[in-house]
Ligand binder design. Structure first.
Ligand code: ZN
Ligand code: ZN
Length: 153
């Protein structure tokens, strides 16, 4: 099969999943198309948010699509739509505390943490992970200081 043919098939499949997740968990938001981005290396996926970026969509790394079960892919969509929901609500839309709260509410299973550069853990059981130093938390939601671990990716 030519490259664009199988890519289109994957993109259609991903867009289907994207619409389902939006409908189920984020009824206030617009459903976004999803595509494979072969140049995505830093993250597993990323969202181009309507009103913030041109060409709104959710992009996936090909290896993620190939190696992860559907349940993980759904969680990754949930994660990306949380960024969008927070942006729409005028809240800090990075991996902020608001992100963690909404993620908790939606029972997000974190499938990104395996690739995070920074992992902070707390004795209360919470963890926070990010690839950006500026997104590190000064303390846990419970108020305690967190332990920081840095990984080589
Ligand atoms: Zn994210
Ligand atoms: Zn804590």
């Amino acid at each position: 099969m030519k490259k664009y043919v199988w890519m289109n098939k994957i993109n259609d499949q991903l867009t289907e999943i994207s619409k389902k997740i939006q409908k189920k968990y984020f009824p206030e938001l617009l459903p976004l198309p999803a595509t494979i981005n072969t140049r995505l290396h830093q993250t597993q996926a990323r969202i181009r948010i309507p009103g913030l970026h041109k060409n709104p969509k959710i992009e996936f790394r090909l290896s993620v699509y190939k190696s992860r079960p559907l349940s993980d892919i759904k969680e990754i969509f949930k994660h990306e739509y949380i960024h969008y929901q927070l942006y729409k609500d005028g809240k800090p839309y990075g991996h902020s505390r608001e992100f963690a709260k909404l993620a908790h509410k939606l029972r997000l299973k974190e499938c990104y943490q395996f690739e995070a550069k920074y992992i902070q853990t707390c004795t209360c059981g919470r963890s926070h992970w990010t690839n950006k130093r500026k997104e590190l938390w000064d303390k846990c939601i419970c108020g305690k200081k967190m332990k920081l671990r840095r990984r080589k990716l």
